[in-house]
Design a protein around this ligand. Structure first.
Ligand code: NDP
Length: 420
C-alpha cells in the first residue's frame, strides 16, 4: 500500500507509470505531475479505460521550482517521489523531498541545463582537473546530499534505469554469486532497432546528443582515461541482434562502480551506433546545432539544441515504427575459487513486443521498468536505508527477480566472447 508521486510524463515516465499499475499491490495511489498536464491526463484516461485498480490523479508542476514542488508534495503527501523528468531537475526535486521528508528516486544523474552558468562552470572546471573527465554530468552534486538524507532518515536511490541502473545491479549480482574478485567490467549497450527515420534519438534528444558528442572515458587502475569522442571503436556479435559497431563513451555508472568496487581494474562502456546516426550527428555538431549556449535569432533568444529537439521526432512517437531488438548487459572477468572466470549477463528486449504491451519502444521500456522496480523496493522497505545510494549498493536478488517478473528477463552466459 503506497502513494507515489511521479514527476515527468515523457517516454520513460509513461512506461514506469504503466508498470506501476501492473504492480498495483505495491502502488495503490499515484499522482502524475509534469510541466504539460495534458500528457498526464491522457495517460490517466488510457489507464482508467484499461481498468487499472490504482487511484490516479494528475497535476501540473514546474520541477525547476523547489517552492512549487514543495506545495505539490505537501498537498499530495506521497510516500516517495519518482523523478522521471530531466536530469536538470534532480537537485530541485531532492531539495523538495528533503523539505517534505519523502524518499527520492531517479534514473539519471544531475547535469545543469545551462552549462555556461559561471557559478556551475567554476565547480565543473575544478572537477575536470581533479577527477580527469570532462562530462557535464557526474555524481558529485547528488552525493553531496548524503549527509542530509542520512540525517533525515530518508533514502535517495539514484539511477534506477537500465544503464545506469540494471547494469549496476548486474555487477552486484556478479560480485555476490559469481566472483571472489572482479578484474574488468565491460558494459555493452546495443540498440539493434530501426525506426526508419534518417535521424532520431531514442530518448530525450538534448540529453542523448550531449552524451554521445562528449569525450569518451574509462576507469583504469583507479584513474580516468579520457578519449576523443568516438575514438575507440569495437565490433561485437550481440546475441539475438548480430554484429554491430560500438564506441566507447563516458557513462555515469562507471563513476559509482569505480567508487563502490575499488578492486576492479578496468571499467568501460560501449554503445552501438550506425554510420548514418554518426554522420548526421557530426554534421549537426559542425554547424553548431548541438550547442547549449543561447543565440539571438530574429530578436528572440534560442538554444540551438532545444530548437533541434523541436525538429526531431518525439522519442515517445517511435514505438509503432521501431523494429528489432536491444541487447544491454555486462561482461565480467575475474576469479572464483582461484580459477579465472568470464561471464556475460544481458537482457534482450524486442521493440515491437514493448509496443504491443505498453505502446512504447524498447529504450523507454528498458528504462521505465527498472524505474518502477527500484521505486517498488524503496517503498516496500526492501531497499530502504538512510542516505544517497546507487543500485549496486543493495542486495541485487530481489531486483533481479523483479526484472524477470516485469518484462526484462536476463541471461547469464558463462562462455562469452570478450571485448579486446
Ligand atoms: P522526455 O523528454 O520524453 O520526458 C521528460 C518529461 O519531463 C516530459 O514529460 C517533460 O514535460 C517533463 N519535464 C521537463 N522539464 C520539466 C520541468 N521543468 N518541470 C516538470 N516537468 C518537466 O524524456 P525521457 O522520458 O526520454 O527521459 C526521462 C529521464 O530518463 C531523463 O532524465 C533521462 O536522462 C533518463 N533516462 C535514463 C536512462 C537510463 O537507462 N538510466 C535511459 C534513458 C533515459 P513536457 O511534456 O512539458 O516536455
Amino acid at each position: 500500500m503506497s502513494r507515489l508521486l511521479v514527476i515527468g510524463c515523457g517516454g520513460v515516465a509513461q512506461v514506469a507509470i504503466q508498470k506501476c499499475c501492473q504492480n498495483s499491490e505495491t502502488f495503490t495511489e499515484l499522482c502524475i505531475a509534469s510541466r504539460t498536464e495534458a500528457k498526464c491526463i491522457a495517460l490517466k484516461e488510457k489507464l482508467e479505460k484499461a481498468g487499472t485498480p490504482v487511484k490516479l490523479s494528475t497535476a501540473t508542476v514546474n520541477a525547476d521550482s523547489v517552492e512549487e514542488l514543495v506545495t505539490l508534495i505537501r498537498a499530495y503527501q506521497p510516500d516517495a517521489v519518482l523523478n522521471v523528468a530531466l536530469p536538470y531537475q534532480d537537485l530541485t526535486i531532492m531539495d523538495a523531498c528533503l523539505e517534505c521528508k519523502v524518499d527520492y528516486i531517479d534514473t539519471a544523474n544531475y547535469e545543469p541545463e545551462d552549462t555556461d552558468d559561471p557559478e556551475w562552470r567554476a565547480i565543473y572546471e575544478k572537477r575536470c582537473e581533479e577527477k580527469g573527465f570532462t562530462a557535464y554530468f557526474d555524481y558529485s552534486w547528488q552525493w553531496a546530499y548524503e549527509e542530509k538524507f542520512r540525517e533525515a532518515g530518508l533514502t535517495a536511490l539514484l539511477g534506477t534505469g537500465f544503464d545506469p541502473g540494471v547494469t549496476s545491479v548486474f555487477t552486484a549480482y556478479a560480485a555476490k554469486h559469481y566472483f571472489d574478485e572482479i578484474d574488468t567490467i565491460d558494459i555493452l549497450d546495443c540498440n539493434g532497432g530501426d525506426h526508419g527515420y534518417p535521424f532520431a534519438t531514442n530518448f530525450n534528444p538534448e540529453i542523448n546528443l550531449r552524451e554521445v558528442s562528449a569525450n569518451g572515458s574509462y576507469w583504469e587502475n583507479g584513474k580516468w582515461v579520457e578519449t576523443r569522442p568516438m575514438e575507440i571503436k569495437r565490433v561485437y556479435n550481440f546475441p539475438e541482434v548480430g554484429e554491430k559497431d560500438m564506441y566507447l563513451l563516458h557513462h555515469e555508472e562507471i563513476e559509482a562502480l569505480g567508487r563502490n568496487f575499488p578492486g576492479v581494474k578496468r571499467i568501460r562502456f560501449f554503445m552501438t551506433f550506425g554510420q548514418s546516426y554518426l554522420t548526421h550527428m557530426k554534421c549537426l555538431e559542425n554547424v553548431g546545432m548541438l550547442s547549449t549556449s543561447p543565440i539571438m535569432f530574429e530578436g528572440r533568444e534560442i538554444v540551438p539544441i532545444q530548437f533541434l529537439k523541436a525538429l526531431l521526432p518525439d522519442p515517445a512517437s517511435l514505438g509503432p515504427r521501431t523494429v528489432g531488438k536491444t541487447n544491454i548487459g555486462c561482461i565480467f572477468t575475474g576469479r572464483k575459487d582461484g580459477k579465472a572466470r568470464t561471464i556475460y549477463i544481458y537482457n534482450v528486449c524486442d521493440h515491437q513486443e514493448c509496443y504491443k504491451e505498453l505502446g512504447s519502444q524498447a529504450i523507454s521500456y528498458t528504462t521505465g521498468v527498472p524505474a518502477m522496480i527500484g521505486t517498488s523496493l524503496v517503498v516496500k522497505g526492501i531497499w530502504k536505508k538512510p542516505g544517497v545510494f546507487t543500485t549496486d549498493e543493495f542486495d541485487p536478488d530481489p531486483y533481479m527477480d523483479m526484472l524477470n517478473q516485469y518484462g526484462l528477463p536476463w541471461v547469464v552466459d558463462e562462455n562469452p566472447a570478450i571485448v579486446e
